[in-house]
Design a protein around this ligand. Structure first.
Ligand code: MLC
Ligand code: AMP
Length: 457
């Protein structure tokens, strides 16, 4: 996975730069070897955790884990005690402190005994209900995905990859860090994904830019920053649907048609547009090399659930064989839960999600159940129902409907932000008399969403 670090791509003092600090591959390898030596000194552990700030420390931790053959669990830096304790307890991972200035006694590549199918990363992600599950990603799955993407995007050592995404999810960490190290492209992580930072990175030679739709829509709304991206080679969007007006605005201001790709934590990226290929707004391209997709449609329907198969799929949910089995069909296809359409050329369009309980806000996946449980932990909340409402900036924004007394919406927002993490906080809290339920007692979220729709219009 570390082709660039150990191969013949040459070296530069700024091969990897994160939030304003630069390092050469030699620096990175030295710091990572120190991490690997620490891990070796611990003896057998199931995994190690790192507080995944956007920093060189996080990069060194992940690379060190790969060298040592110990899976890394990146913990969101703003995770509150409930989320953090769950991740550490569920994974059994011990937290590692990284000092980037430290070097291993004998720096250099420590060949790991790990096999291709061994776990490299365990990423925590929300389901529709309950607590987040650990998604186990093997070294082989990550390599298969990065190589397929390198082919699709003509991504190589000539590129300078730019993004400012969090380093605890697939987008920022697998594609955004390991992708750069695998392909040998320089990495310029901007710390935060602001339009100004992306424009500055373009001026500094950035060629390949990653963003979630919220990032692209903020850039589209900042014409000066957008114009600065004209000299880039390829702009890529993913993690949620890129709105067509944003695609059109960016085409006008940058001259680029943004390439969309589709994926999930459990499957990595499976579908993408191609560099130099036809790109139509609202489409996410064709299956990547080695990936098979199919739609399961009701008789006569053109849209249906997207299911996928291939070498990039996860090894399972950590310690949850039941949930892992439920994620697959009987004939071995992974159920994405996304609703899609495919045209005669194999070009996919994602049209929605099967469940209202899976929310995408700012490109973050948030399970309604996790937020509801956090709200119900508040002593003054008796009932809670959480939905994702269409939002021009975030794609969807979290709206919480609660039955509660003597507590303000702001207090409940802060309560969730502090217990879980900031991006899981409701952006609006609505106080209601009772959550509407069907005869089975199941919350009727469609009714709540329809009420929100009426409010907007
Ligand atoms: C506000 N804040 C609060 C708060 N209210 N903090 C605590 N309690 C409260 N009640 C403050 C925070 O301190 C923080 O301040 C700021 O609000 C963060 O707010 P935000 O609204 O979350 O930030 P915003 O700028 O709106 O974020 C937009 C964004 C972000 C696009 C930068 O959503 C983002 O990084 N998204 C990327 C998600 C991603 O990578 N997904 C990939 C999943 S992988 P301060 O000072 O810190 O700003 C995947 C697979 C695939 O999906 O296909 O890729
Ligand atoms: P996550 O597990 O955070 O990786 O989120 C995966 C989900 O993000 C998918 O199931 C989709 O719903 C959504 N997603 C990712 N990329 C796209 C895209 N290009 N268009 C629409 N939805 C996307």
């Amino acid at each position: 996975m570390l082709t660039a670090l150990t191969g013949a791509f040459g070296d530069r003092a700024d091969a990897v730069s994160v939030a304003g600090r630069a390092a050469s591959y030699e620096d990175l390898l030295g710091a990572a070897a120190a991490v690997a030596a620490d891990l070796a000194g611990w003896g057998p552990v199931p995994a190690f955790a790192v507080t995944a700030t956007a920093s060189l420390e996080t990069v060194a931790a992940v690379v060190g884990g790969l060298l040592a053959g110990v899976p890394c669990v990146p913990v969101p830096p703003d995770a509150g005690p409930v989320e953090r304790d769950h991740i550490l307890r569920d994974s059994g991972a011990r937290l590692l402190e990284v000092d980037f200035a430290r070097r291993a006694p004998a720096p250099g590549l420590v060949p790991s005994a790990a096999a291709a199918e061994d776990p490299a990363l365990i990423l925590y992600t929300s389901g529709t209900t309950g607590v987040p599950k650990g998604v186990v990603l093997s070294r082989a799955a990550i390599v298969a995905d990065l190589d397929a993407l390198a082919g699709a995007w003509e991504w190589g050592p000539q590129d300078v990859l730019v993004h400012g995404l969090p380093l605890f999810h697939v987008h920022g960490l697998v594609l955004g860090v390991l992708g750069a190290l695998r392909t040998g492209s320089r990495l310029l992580h901007t710390g935060r994904p602001t339009p100004e930072a992306y424009a500055a990175a373009a001026a500094a030679g950035g060629s390949l830019f990653f963003g979630v739709p919220t990032v692209w829509s903020r850039i589209a709304a900042a014409p000066e920053a957008a114009t600065a991206l004209a000299g880039a080679r390829l702009l890529v969007s993913g993690s949620a649907a890129l709105p067509t007006p944003v695609f059109r605005d960016l085409e006008r201001s940058t001259g680029h048609r943004v390439v969309e790709r589709y994926g999930m934590t459990e499957t990595l990226i499976t579908i993408s547009g191609r560099a130099g290929g036809q790109v139509a707004p609202g489409t996410v391209g064709t299956a990547l090399e080695g990936i098979a997709t199919r739609l399961v449609t009701e008789a006569g329907a053109e849209i249906g659930e997207l299911q996928v198969k291939g070498p990039t799929l996860f090894s399972g949910y950590l310690g949850r064989p039941d949930a892992t089995a439920a994620a697959y069909t009987e004939d071995g296809w992974f159920r994405t839960g996304d609703i899609a359409a495919v045209d005669g050329e194999g070009v996919h369009r994602i049209v929605g999600r099967a469940s209202t309980d899976m929310i995408k806000s700012g490109g973050y996946r948030i399970g309604a159940g996790e937020v509801e449980n956090a709200l119900l932990d508040h002593p003054r909340v008796r009932e809670a129902a959480v939905v994702g409402v269409p939002d021009a900036d975030l794609g969807e924004r979290i709206v919480a409907f609660v039955v509660a007394e003597a507590v303000s919406g702001g207090e409940l927002t802060d309560f969730v932000a502090a217990r879980l993490s900031v991006h899981k906080r409701p952006r609006e809290v609505r106080f209601i008399e009772a959550v509407p339920r069907n005869a089975m007692g199941k919350p009727q979220k469609r009714l709540l969403l329809e009420g929100e729709e009426r409010r907007r219009t």
